[in-house]
Design a protein around this ligand. Structure first.
Ligand code: URA
Length: 243
């Protein structure tokens, strides 16, 4: 059994470094196997110990995969000098070094953003070649028509940019679901702009076959299940897939 200092275990997995881990321990916020740990140099088996911060379990694993319901006004970035980022919103027990948002939602876009430290999975999920579809709900500033849906299905061109054919399903006078597997900058907004309407609200509902958990309030996060991690890269698509 290879034992390690608890501040080392914590900082290798969680928090922003050894001094942050020590501060959490000294503040009495860390328990190991149900007992509050007071000394940062106390040793435990990292394979076996159950660590909690503020009573919430810390996941000790190689990579983590977190679903956040991104609120409006927050940046999809790891750090920013001025604005709040999705990483800033994570609760203490979920924070660990190397986390980043896989892909970008605009500051005013809400919904499902994946936060992980698994660069390879993020790359697969984001590459258009992987054909992992993302589903968005958009609200526009005029009534949407079947002509708009046809234009999306044929593939929108906007200036020098061309977007792959995309399914669009009108769900209300000014609302639609749109599914894309590319992730070009402002893509959904640009596609609607190209057919003569502006997006007034945008929410991501699904990545691969994983839907945004409706129990997550804006700003809240939870870990993906093992099955959801597999389903993230599922290439199935078609707007009516929710079961
Ligand atoms: N398309 C957009 O225009 N904005 C987003 O945030 C995501 C997709």
């Amino acid at each position: 059994m290879a034992v390690e200092r608890i501040d080392k275990i914590l900082s290798s997995q969680n928090t922003e470094g050894r001094s942050a881990a020590k501060a959490l321990i000294k503040a009495g916020r860390v328990t190991a196997d149900g007992r509050t740990v007071r000394r940062p140099d106390e040793k435990f088996d990292p394979e076996a110990v159950e660590i909690k911060i503020d009573g919430k379990p810390v996941k000790l694993s190689r990579f983590v995969y977190i679903m956040m319901n991104k609120p409006r006004g927050v940046l999809s970035a790891s750090t920013d000098r001025h604005a709040k980022t999705v990483i800033d919103l994570l609760p203490a027990e979920m924070k660990r070094r190397g986390l980043f948002p896989a892909g970008r939602l605009d500051k005013d876009t809400v919904g499902f953003i994946l936060i992980t430290d698994d660069g390879e999975l993020a790359h697969k999920m984001l590459s258009p070649k992987s054909h992992v579809y993302k589903l968005y709900e958009a609200e526009c500033d005029r009534e949407l028509t079947e002509d708009d849906a046809r234009a999306f299905a044929e593939g929108i061109s906007a200036g020098s940019e061309a977007f792959m054919p995309a399914e669009m399903k009108i769900t209300g006078e000014k609302t639609a679901l749109v599914e894309i597997c590319e992730g070009k900058f402002h893509q959904i907004k640009k596609m609607f702009h190209a057919v003569g309407t502006e997006v007034t609200a945008l929410k991501r509902l699904r990545i691969g076959q994983v839907f945004l958990d409706e129990n997550l309030a804006p700003g809240e996060s939870r870990y993906l299940t093992e099955q959801e991690i597999v389903d993230l890269l599922d290439r199935k698509h078609g707007i009516c897939h929710k079961n």
